[in-house]
Ligand binder design. Structure first.
Ligand code: FES
Length: 167
């Protein structure tokens, strides 16, 4: 048994009492690996005796899961209507420029993955950016650099509130 298989077995074992909640298992695997590696999905399928196609279907249905390697930090820029009219596209352009990646891409140093989303459900504080689990509302182009600095290598972001109004 290799290291990945051992990791998956240990995660599955942890969820035994929870009736083998597949979503919780996949979330744990993603949290360990920053994405869902194909080998991990095959191991889950074999350990749980669930068809691989069902697991892949679940992993592709939920936006929270990624089948592609992600960076250490996930930057999500909202481009829903409310955020769009308040400058979301300009915020996105600034992240693209500073990180030198486009949405869906990861920086070569594997520190950041940039993504967009249609709405985060907190339109009143738009334009909204989420980094990992930290929300930044009323974001401006000028604040983009400040936000990124908090997560750059060596900088440990202080515990921020789930919804921060200002960067
Ligand atoms: S449109 Fe951005 S949070 Fe709703």
């Amino acid at each position: 048994m290799n290291a990945m298989q051992e990791q998956i077995r240990s995660i599955i074992h942890k969820h035994e009492g929870l009736k083998k909640n597949l979503i919780a298992i996949l979330l744990d695997i993603q949290s360990e690996n920053a994405y869902l590696p194909p080998e991990a999905l095959r191991t889950v399928a074999s350990e749980l005796a669930v068809p691989l196609i069902d697991i892949v279907g679940l992993a592709t249905f939920y936006r929270a899961f990624s089948l592609k390697p992600r960076g250490r930090h996930l930057v999500t820029v909202c481009l829903g209507t409310a955020c769009h009219v308040r400058g979301g596209p300009k915020i996105l352009s600034e992240f693209e420029k500073r990180l030198a990646v486009e949405p869906g891409e990861t920086t070569p140093d594997k520190q950041f993955t940039l993504e967009t989303v249609a709405c985060l459900g907190c339109c009143a504080i738009g334009p909204v950016v989420v980094v990992d689990r930290d929300y930044y509302g009323h974001t401006t182009i000028q604040r983009v650099n400040t936000i990124l600095k908090k997560y750059q290598r060596g900088n440990k972001p202080k515990a921020t509130k789930r919804v921060a109004k200002h960067a």
